[in-house]
Ligand binder design. Structure first.
Ligand SMILES: [Ca+2]
Ligand SMILES: [Ca+2]
Length: 189
């Protein structure tokens, strides 16, 4: 009897665990579909805002124009406000484009097809935003917060940041310059 009870307890535990895991997966997906997002990430789709020079930059998005398509641009960090609503448009000519346009399709659930999508093969040092300009809703070429998407304001004003691999290089150069200047001064005096 004890054995039967123990087995039943274990079975109930395993069943409740799998039910909660399935529920967790489903609610995570629902959240993505309902809230929407557009974020820099790695090749596995993990959100990522700091990259090293030469690294690949990917993007993931949800809540986008269902069945539509977008042009994605990486731009040098646009620090003025992108504007909210229809009366404060940012035009593509206001932006300093580094990569793009990269065309992506959006599926019937509002997710970018085949994401995460590679948008930069070899990142260079700096602060950047990512702009997804909807070509199937709103006015292409202008930022419209109702159908377009931006990755912005993660690292100060930027959507992502490419850090120098080591700050030791520039510091070493500065120290060498300082020593050389002091030696020169000593020689002259
Ligand atoms: Ca920005
Ligand atoms: Ca980001």
């Amino acid at each position: 009897m004890k054995k039967v009870l123990a087995t039943a307890t274990i079975l109930i535990f395993i069943m409740s665990l799998s039910v909660s895991l399935v529920y967790k997966d489903r609610s995570a997906n629902d959240d993505e579909l309902l809230i929407g997002f557009f974020e820099s990430c790695d090749s596995q789709g993990n959100f990522k805002d700091e990259f090293y020079p030469g690294e690949e930059v990917y993007v993931r998005g949800a809540g986008l124009d269902r069945g539509g398509y977008y042009y994605i641009y990486i731009i040098r960090d646009y620090s003025p406000s992108w504007g909210i609503g229809k009366w404060d448009y940012v035009h593509i000519s206001d932006l300093d484009i580094v990569e793009g346009p990269i065309r992506v399709e959006v599926d019937e659930n509002g997710l970018i097809e085949g994401q995460p999508v590679l948008i930069w093969e070899s990142a260079a040092v700096g602060h950047y935003d990512i702009f997804a300009d909807c070509q199937t809703d709103g006015i292409p070429g202008f930022y419209d917060d109702e159908c377009d998407a931006i990755d912005d304001l993660d690292i100060n004003n930027a959507g992502f940041y490419v850090v120098p691999e080591s700050l030791l290089g520039p510091i070493a150069v500065l120290i060498a310059c300082f020593i050389a200047a002091s030696l020169k001064r000593k020689k002259l005096s």
